[in-house]
Write a protein that binds this ligand. Structure first.
Ligand SMILES: Nc1nc2c(c(=O)[nH]1)N[C@H]1C(S)=C(S)[C@@H](COP(=O)(O)O)O[C@H]1N2
Ligand SMILES: [Mo]
Length: 198
């Protein structure tokens, strides 16, 4: 299996792979605003809506049939720990965006999730190969508490920008704020600038 190593993306943002104020852990703590939501593979639907040419509604089977890849990435939590060398498998954001056809006036993205969580990013922060809709971690199915069946990973941002249990993406023509962005966490969330709070 080919693994694309994107752990050098830090060079775009800073001198050190480990962002300032972070400590490395080999554990993978769980951080959720509530419990792990139920999901039913037969009922689950992944939607792409808003400023796109073709709105999509994909079943779990259809989503798993999309072309996908495995990447080695780092994971930075805003509470101060980083887990290096995670191997995530999934569909890249640009590939999914191409499937729906993003319209010219789209500038922003809102992710939604089975637990009611939302998080937002500018479109250009999403149109990067390392932004993945991931169903695999280290060769196994993504554990349910870490967002299985499907989560977003954003190795260039603090991890709250990656919705666990993601079930939808909306392309927006104006910026909006998600769950934590409305509650005092940074809207931009660049770990190398320690953009933790707003
Ligand atoms: N749907 C959903 N996604 C979420 C969260 C959440 O509560 N619900 N928490 C966020 C936060 S604050 C962090 S730090 C990471 C934690 O991911 P982990 O539990 O896999 O470590 O998920 C993010 N994505
Ligand atoms: Mo977090």
């Amino acid at each position: 299996m080919t693994v694309t190593d994107v752990t050098d993306l830090y060079r775009e943002f800073g001198d050190d792979r480990l962002p300032p104020g972070q400590r490395e852990t080999s554990k993978f703590p769980v951080l959720s605003k509530g419990g792990t939501p139920e999901w039913d593979p037969a009922e689950w639907e992944f939607t792409v809506t808003g400023a796109v040419e073709d709105e999509l509604a994909l079943s779990w089977e259809e989503f798993r049939d999309l072309s996908h890849e495995t990447q080695r990435q780092d994971f930075h939590c805003v509470t101060g720990w980083s887990r290096l060398d995670c191997e995530f498998t999934g569909v890249t954001f640009p590939d999914l965006a191409e499937l729906a056809g993003v319209e010219d006036d789209a500038v922003h993205v809102m992710f939604s999730a089975l637990d009611g969580y939302t998080t937002n990013l500018p479109l250009d922060a999403c149109m990067r190969e390392e932004v993945l809709f991931a169903w695999g971690l280290d060769g196994e199915d993504l554990p349910r508490e870490h967002g299985g069946p499907l989560r977003v990973v954003t190795p260039h941002k603090y991890a709250y920008k990656g919705a666990k249990w993601v079930d939808g993406v909306e392309f927006l023509t104006e910026p909006e704020r998600g769950y934590w962005e409305k509650r005092g966490y940074s809207n931009t969330a660049n770990p190398w600038e320690e953009e933790r709070y707003s």
